[in-house]
Design a protein around this ligand. Structure first.
Ligand code: 4BW
Length: 157
């Protein structure tokens, strides 16, 4: 019975229930240059972060590999380009998004191929991100009791 309640809790959760809220998400703005983006990525320790505009609308994702690829010349890395190229010239625009009220089951599918997925409010403004870590933590909390229960049942037979 207890398990049914826990099961239902996770199954009927919404994306918004498990978000890292926007104010805690490292991000850059469309007009920033690549040097600034690389600085934020390096300092935050994350490989990829969201790109927003001044109204907090989501435009894409920027990552260290994308930045390095964009300054890779034929014979050398053209570091001077970091100053002139803008985040919007290089960012990945075609990204999946979730809505605040989407059932959590929708996000599970997306998190197979993406380490995190951005979530937006109905008006298109950025709400935060859903990460693999948070979802794996929830799944772990759900599966551990099931596993131990099953082991106890087997050993008492
Ligand atoms: O600085 C870090 N702090 C913590 N607590 N964990 C970190 C940090 N950097 C990496 N990690 C761990 C996390 O478990 O390595 C995983 C992969 O990091 P990533 O992708 O390749 O930089 C992290 O897994 P996660 O928490 O499931 O996060 C998945 C991805 O979501 C990260 C990063 O691209 C993004 N992300 C997570 N938290 C973020 C963030 N982006 C911006 N701001 C945040 N607060």
């Amino acid at each position: 019975m207890m398990m049914d309640i826990e099961n239902a809790k996770l199954l009927y959760s919404r994306t918004g229930d498990f978000l890292i809220p926007s104010e805690r998400v490292a991000h850059v703005q469309v007009g920033n240059n690549l040097e600034h983006a690389l600085l934020v990525l390096t300092k935050s320790g994350y490989t990829a972060i969201p790109v927003l505009d001044i109204k907090f609308k989501l435009h894409g994702l920027i990552s260290s590999p994308l930045i390095l690829d964009s300054i890779l010349g034929i014979e050398r890395i053209e570091f001077e380009k970091l100053d002139t190229l803008k985040v919007e010239d290089v960012m990945k625009k075609d990204i999946p998004t979730l809505h605040f009220n989407d059932p959590i089951i929708h996000s599970l599918k997306l998190l197979i191929n993406h380490p995190f997925v951005c979530c937006v409010h109905d008006d298109g403004s950025f709400a935060g991100i859903l990460t693999r870590r948070v979802i794996l933590k929830q799944l772990n909390a759900f599966l551990q009791p099931l596993y131990h229960n099953e082991m106890n049942n087997q050993s008492s037979q």
